[in-house]
Design a protein around this ligand. Structure first.
Ligand code: GLA
Length: 377
């Protein structure tokens, strides 16, 4: 067997912008899902997971579509990837897939895209070597949208496949989708921007609240629908096409206007942060922009939770330069940009705040920009 790995991600800034054709700026995490794989002589897919030692899933390649509702939920991610390769006409034979995930599940760190992308790059190497990265990202996304039923955008899969160590990935989702899928050399739609925190004696702290989120649930889909409705009211294809908050006055309904305002201001924040990092500025200068992003997700987009808000407030109170919730929201994690010598104080402050509020103890870890998906042996 050979092994492929794909990472989870944190988005530095650019939340709920991907499905509005906007901008994102993620890094890959040093936490990966491993997929060991080998071709089988028959036409069956066998999937096992170290996290599910009692379940072996065995399905004929030709039966993947019809078996969708009968297979265990966790196995829909890998099986969905195989099914999507098949649906697109790639010649996929029998395969053994052995999975081992180290990305915390439901923490807003994209464990599901890490899983789909690990399987996707394994299948590409084994059966369909001409598939370009862009199509691979679409395959992993389609697996989650169509086979699992989670209506995600492209952020997570793009981050897992395209990120490189030491860099944040600036991605213009509209251009990325519009440009022909065989062209992986295009550097306009995506750009690797150096993100070197150690040089400035900074660290990026992840605080996992332990409150899981679920995108198959309604909140995420409802936000998507509200954004589409706001764009329709303004007569534009997507909220990406709105570049001033003043233009939103034409939206009568207060909730729709606030949803749209988050997307418009968040896209601007991505451009600001990307430019500062491109210019080589001290990353402390992006801190306040991250914190503004949190306020916008909390007040305008309304996807934060009391625990996420408490983590942000405690981190800022203990000296973090900026802090925000990451991912889709309704639970999950916060990132905080901290001076290296104050990380311990920030962790202690968050723990104390959680204990006082009666929240479960959070999990904290320091991350840096790691490599995207690759073969590991
Ligand atoms: C989830 C989705 C992404 C993106 C984020 C919010 O992680 O999977 O596509 O929409 O939420 O930025």
């Amino acid at each position: 067997m050979r092994t492929w790995v794909a990472p989870g991600r944190v988005n530095i800034i650019g939340e709920h912008t991907d499905y509005n054709d906007g901008f994102v700026l993620p890094i890959a995490l040093p936490l990966v899902v491993e997929c060991a794989a080998r071709v089988r002589a028959d036409a069956m897919v066998r999937v096992v997971s170290r996290q599910r030692p009692d379940e072996t899933v065995l399905v004929a390649v030709a039966e993947l579509a019809v078996e969708r509702d009968r297979v265990p939920g966790w196995s829909r991610y890998p099986l969905g990837v195989v099914a999507e390769f098949v649906r697109r006409g790639h010649a996929i034979g029998g395969v053994d897939l052995e999975l081992d995930g180290a990305v915390p599940i439901g923490a807003g760190l994209s464990s599901s895209a890490a899983l789909s992308c690990a399987v996707a790059i394994a299948l590409r190497d084994l059966f369909a070597p001409t598939v370009a990265d862009r199509e691979l990202i679409e395959i992993a996304r389609a697996a989650e949208n169509d086979y699992v039923g989670a209506p995600t955008g492209l952020l997570d899969q793009s981050a897992s496949i395209l990120c490189t160590a030491g860099h944040a990935l600036f991605l213009d989702i509209r251009r990325f989708v519009e440009i022909g899928r065989d062209d992986d050399t295009n550097t306009v739609a995506h750009e690797q921007i150096p993100f070197d925190l150690a040089r400035f004696e900074l660290e990026l702290l992840v605080i996992d609240t332990g409150q899981p989120h679920e995108h198959v649930d309604g909140g995420y889909a409802e936000r998507r629908a509200q954004c589409e409705a706001a764009a329709a009211q303004l007569g534009v294809p997507a909220l990406r096409d709105v570049d001033s908050v003043a233009a939103l006055d034409r939206i009568a309904d207060d909730v729709s206007r606030r949803r749209a305002r988050h997307v418009v201001t968040e896209n601007a924040r991505v451009l600001t942060v990307a430019q500062r990092l491109r210019d080589g500025a001290d990353p402390r200068t992006i801190g306040s922009v991250l914190t503004e992003g949190h306020a916008s997700l909390r007040d305008d987009f309304e996807v934060s939770t009391p625990a996420l808000d408490a983590a942000v407030a405690a981190a800022l109170g203990a000296g973090a330069h900026g802090a925000r919730m990451v991912g889709g929201g309704f639970g999950g994690s916060v990132i905080a940009l901290v001076d290296r010598d104050s990380t311990d104080a920030v962790v202690a402050a968050v723990r104390n705040r959680f204990a006082d509020a009666g929240f479960a103890e959070p999990r904290t870890f320091v991350v840096g920009p790691a490599a995207g998906a690759h073969r590991a042996d």
